[in-house]
Design a protein around this ligand. Structure first.
Ligand code: NAD
Ligand code: ISE
Length: 339
């Protein structure tokens, strides 16, 4: 069965996912595109022989759309995801699921009322081969219990529109999701402190930031978010256990020796760094929903948890580094909890 996907938001990542669904993944075709920029929607739709529809609501209602991909701006996600859940259609939503915890809970409640999972959130790191290997090692117990995680998330530069709160909401949110999954544990508090700021930033921005998280099992996580590091896109993660440690591998790259130096290139953006993760994420999503099964990737609950934790981090940043307790609702049975 070929899954007919409708795409809401034909911007940068929307276009990349349309290419992926069309050229990389088998079993899917893009049949409809909508964007508030109608010209852009028409241009992108024409590339893949899809129709353009005026609004997200029209696209969700279309009989030629089996599943919905939401790649519009974050504040519009909740409306489209709720629309798809109400229509009973599987929906893949790029992060964030919604920009407020209240909207995430509305989606969770709608999905619970529907009775089965329809939503998958685009936290692609869970599909990265390096993180998957790390998870296997931790789950095998060979390191003993995990105790500490050291992470860094570095971008070469960010545009002027990037705000200090986005360090948590837009950037650290990936570590927040992947570490909950990696450790199979919940984050219970957040603290954000700011070292000396880099001169290579827009004046309004606090960069770098150091974030500390504690989990329910007492694991301590430190995360450097540095979004104007200049030299490249660099993701580091090391988990220290009672009997050893496991470290995320750097992407494979040839070693070059020349002019008296030996080096390997550092990647420059998240698109290239996580290309394999994005491809696997969509392959598995399409394969799963094609069988009529519930999606197995990050759930609406994971989207809610990530938003509650990033809110706590932003509150800490805005209160000069106070430790903020994460106030999360009990996990419903649909997502493996008891509520
Ligand atoms: P973008 O601005 O390039 O594209 C967004 C598009 O959505 C624009 O074309 C805009 O006109 C359209 N749009 C906005 N509101 C709409 C609406 N109500 N209906 C239809 N179209 C609408 O942004 P982007 O960089 O592609 O990011 C899109 C989403 O993807 C964001 O939520 C972002 O956080 C997420 N993202 C995820 C990753 C990742 O690593 N997983 C990376 C980048 C972006
Ligand atoms: C961007 O939105 C992403 O999601 C990238 O994965 C992340 O590295 C970057 O910091 C964000 O701005």
């Amino acid at each position: 069965m070929t899954i007919r996907v409708g795409v809401i938001g034909a911007g940068m990542i929307g276009q990349d996912h349309i290419r992926r669904l069309t050229e990389v993944v088998t079993g899917a075709t893009v049949t409809a595109v909508t964007d508030i920029d109608a010209e852009r929607a028409a241009e992108v739709a024409a590339r893949v022989g899809a129709v353009t529809l005026p609004t997200g609501a029209d696209l969700i209602a279309s009989p030629d759309v089996d599943a919905v991909l939401v790649t519009s701006w974050g504040p519009t996600h909740a409306e489209h995801v709720l629309g798809a859940v109400t229509a009973g259609k599987p929906v893949f939503c790029e992060k964030p699921l919604a920009t407020t915890a209240e909207d995430c809970l509305r989606i969770v409640d709608a999905e619970r009322a529907h009775g089965r999972r329809l939503v998958q959130v685009g936290f692609m790191r869970r599909f990265d081969p390096g993180y998957r290997q790390m998870k296997q090692v931790i789950a095998s117990g060979s390191l003993g219990a995990p105790l500490i995680v050291h992470c860094a998330h570095r971008n070469p530069t960010v545009p002027q529109s990037y705000t200090s709160a986005m360090a948590a909401q837009d950037t650290a949110v990936h570590e927040i999701d992947v570490l909950r999954w990696l450790l199979d544990d919940e984050i219970v508090s957040a603290q954000v402190v700011t070292p000396r700021a880099t001169s290579k930033r827009f004046a309004h921005l606090k960069d770098p930031q150091i974030m500390y998280f504690e989990t329910a099992n007492g694991v301590r996580i430190d995360l450097e978010v540095f979004v104007n590091c200049q030299y490249g896109y660099d993701i580091q993660c090391e988990t220290v256990g009672e009997e050893g440690l496991v470290r995320l591998p750097d992407p494979a790259a040839v070693g070059v020796r020349t002019a008296g130096k030996h080096g390997t290139a550092v990647q420059q953006d998240w698109k290239a760094r996580f290309v394999e993760a994005f491809d696997t994420e969509f392959r598995e999503w399409v394969d799963t929903i094609a069988t009529g099964a519930e999606p197995i990737g990050p759930s609406a609950w994971d989207g809610y948890a990530a938003t509650v934790i990033t809110d706590a981090a932003v509150r800490s940043l805005e209160s000069d580094g106070t430790v903020v307790t994460v106030d999360m609702k009990p996990r419903p049975a649909l997502y493996g909890g008891t509520a």
